[in-house]
Design a protein around this ligand. Structure first.
Ligand SMILES: Cc1ncc(COP(=O)(O)O)c(C=O)c1O
Length: 409
């Protein structure tokens, strides 16, 4: 265990002896990159030419009129290449991998967005790539598996445990322990052992830097509140970091699943169901039982369906800097439907959690207030889940017909 990377009592690096050298190398490469202004410039130039940065800040005029309170702005991370903020982190880590002279990257993925982003980075930068994904997520996010394989990645469906994100992370760590000489583990969120929470936040801080500049340019002032969904915490930390020292309220929205009272959710910080523990190399709030066994979580959004949460956010919750709430699956589907119809935007199910809370609070505020919602990704990947939720008979007919064609081929 290193004494670096603590946020209050949370964080740290609880890693096997065999990985200590690999982590030291990573910390050193990251610190050197951070201290070198040319590295950040190279990163911004890459993201501008390859991933549509700066992403726009869109005024949601119709939703603003609909709720009749705060002026609602949406930070458009969905416009990144591969459709989510995940690109910011992986392209940054890809540049670091080059600096470290490694040739292979591995990653875990839940919704598949981080897997697609990592496979894309590997294709672009010429690395071998293996992605670990829980079997349950493979089933609900098949289109992303298809694209990862087209991009040249090997996708390994993890059949251990409850076969979701936490199990994929465990498998990725097992791989790393065996292959650390040539392999970098491109962890996808602001969790895990130090330096990942700090490093992922640093790459994602591009969102907050841009958003702060844009909201000042467009509205002449700072927002009253900023909303972001929280899975592991990377898009939230990315946008929050731009406003951390301002008088701006920061709200993280977790997966309320079937409702907090059912205990079938992934609300680590918005419920009292989680307790402090150490797992997967770091200390934070986990949804675990009295014996420290990880509990089953549930969310309609695969990317929020995780037992742990960024140690930085645990600290910011306990110190009162960030407020947390949860949105249920049903509320998410309703908010998605409204956003599609009113603004022509299709946020990812993950991102829509942030919209739910913003929609609840916007009417309480005045039109002097500006709020920003971070649209962390686009919803195209969710077509199967959303079509089920909307019970669209034409879609069901199309799928049945397609299945018949495959059967008869
Ligand atoms: C679109 C989108 N938003 C949010 C998340 C949650 O991750 P994080 O909390 O690290 O931003 C995911 C995870 O897969 C995602 O795909």
């Amino acid at each position: 265990m290193h004494d670096r990377g603590y946020y209050g009592e949370f964080g740290g690096a609880f890693i096997p002896e065999v990985l200590v050298g690999t982590f030291d190398e990573l910390v050193e490469a990251f610190e050197a990159a951070k201290a070198d202004p040319a590295f950040w410039d190279e990163y911004v130039a890459l993201m501008s030419s390859y991933s549509c940065r700066p992403t726009p800040l869109t005024f949601a005029e119709n939703l603003t009129r609909h709720f009749g309170g705060a002026r609602i702005y949406i930070k458009r991370e969905d416009l990144n290449h591969t459709g989510a903020h995940k690109a910011n982190n992986v392209m940054g880590q890809g540049l670091l991998v080059k600096r470290m002279g490694k040739s292979r990257v591995i990653a875990e993925t839940g919704a598949g967005q981080h897997g697609v982003a990592t496979a894309t980075m590997a294709a672009r930068m010429g690395f071998d790539c293996t992605i670990y994904m829980g079997e349950v997520d493979v089933e609900r996010q098949r289109p992303n598996v298809f694209w990862m394989e087209r991009l040249g990645a090997e996708v390994i469906a993890v059949t251990e445990g409850t076969r979701i994100l936490k199990d994929a992370i465990n498998e990725a760590f097992r791989d790393w322990v065996t292959n650390m000489d040539d392999t970098h583990y491109a962890l996808g969120t602001a969790c895990g052992p130090h330096p990942f929470p700090t490093m992922v936040t640093w790459f994602q801080s591009i969102i907050g830097k841009e958003a702060r500049r844009q909201v000042l340019d467009i509205t002449g002032g700072l927002p009253s509140r900023v909303y972001a969904c929280v899975g592991g915490g990377s898009n939230a930390m990315g946008i929050f970091s731009g406003f951390m020292d301002d008088d701006v309220e920061l709200i993280g929205v977790e997966a309320g699943g079937h409702g907090i009272e059912t205990h079938e959710h992934a609300a680590r910080l918005a419920s009292s169901d989680a307790t402090v523990g150490v797992a997967q190399g770091y200390k934070t709030y986990f949804l675990q039982d009295d014996d420290g066994q990880m509990r089953e979580t549930h969310s309609v959004a695969a990317g929020l369906d995780y037992v742990g949460v960024s140690p930085i956010l645990s600290h910011l919750r306990d110190s009162g800097r960030v407020r947390f709430s949860a949105a249920t699956d049903r509320e998410v589907i309703d908010a998605l439907s409204l956003t599609i119809r009113k603004e022509g935007l299709i946020p990812a199910l993950e991102s829509t959690h942030a919209f739910v809370q913003a929609f609840k609070e916007a009417p309480e505020l005045s039109n002097e207030d500006v709020i920003i919602i971070n649209q962390s990704g686009r919803g195209d990947k969710d077509i199967f889940t959303v079509a089920d939720a909307f019970h669209d008979p034409k879609w069901e007919e199309f799928i049945i017909q397609k299945a018949e064609e495959y059967k008869n081929a």
